[in-house]
Design a protein around this ligand. Structure first.
Ligand SMILES: [Zn+2]
Length: 223
């Protein structure tokens, strides 16, 4: 899309944002043609270059994630077994500020290694308000694995993790402060799993984007 502003003398800039004519976030590439006695300025609408690269990057990661191999599965806390969490805590209601508990809490001593439940790419590692120190891993089938309340984080974003590799340690950071140390573990699906829709459940529409970690850890083939 091109816009022409006749008589606007902007010869000084070759690339500028036109504050009056363009919406926020839209940038203009400027080409000037000298047409006596006026200067004709041609603005070509384009998106912010940084945003363009970000979108391309996200698309590449998104498409690449399709090819991430599923790999093996394991309980993501060293030495933990099925008795170290309450299966009913998944989608438990009512639950604090989130309303519903969207994962499981695996209790362990502070500092116990947290291990990748399955392989994937670390897409975020850092601190957030509710989760505290967290690691987010993108795995096969466009699923993400969320490890929260970590004491320490052991992996940077961009690192590949195989099943069982250490990504941090059990802690009680974020909104788990003052509570017994545990790993909050949740699995998201970017694709809605419509078979999981049950209108009787609280936040029913959200549940189609979550996978029950109990089922995931119980059986290598399900869900
Ligand atoms: Zn939790």
């Amino acid at each position: 899309m091109s816009l022409y502003f006749e008589g606007v003398d902007c010869r000084r800039d070759v690339f500028c944002q036109h504050p009056h004519r363009l919406e926020a976030g839209l940038y203009a590439r400027l080409k000037i043609t000298k047409t006596e006695p006026k200067y004709l300025c041609k603005f070509t609408m384009m998106t912010n270059p940084a945003r363009k690269y970000l979108l391309t990057g996200l698309l590449a990661v998104g498409l690449g994630a399709y090819f991430i191999p599923e790999g093996q599965r394991r309980i993501p806390v060293a030495g933990a077994s099925f008795k170290d969490w309450r299966p009913v805590s998944f989608w438990y209601y009512p639950w604090g500020r989130s309303g519903v508990h969207k994962g499981i809490d695996i209790f362990a001593r502070e500092g116990t290694p947290v291990l990748a439940a399955t392989g994937g790419l670390v897409v975020y590692s850092g601190k957030i308000t509710m989760g505290g120190n967290i690691v987010l891993v993108l795995g096969a089938k466009w699923r993400s694995y969320y490890y929260a309340h970590l004491k320490d984080i052991a992996v940077p974003a961009g690192q590949w993790l195989n099943t069982g590799e250490i990504l941090g340690t059990v802690g009680s950071t974020g909104n788990a402060q003052g509570k017994p140390p545990h790993l909050h573990f949740a699995i998201n699906s970017f694709f809605p799993l419509l078979g999981q829709y049950d209108p009787r459940l609280p936040q029913a529409w959200k549940k189609v984007f979550y996978i029950d970690p109990n089922a995931f850890l119980r059986n290598a083939d399900s869900p």
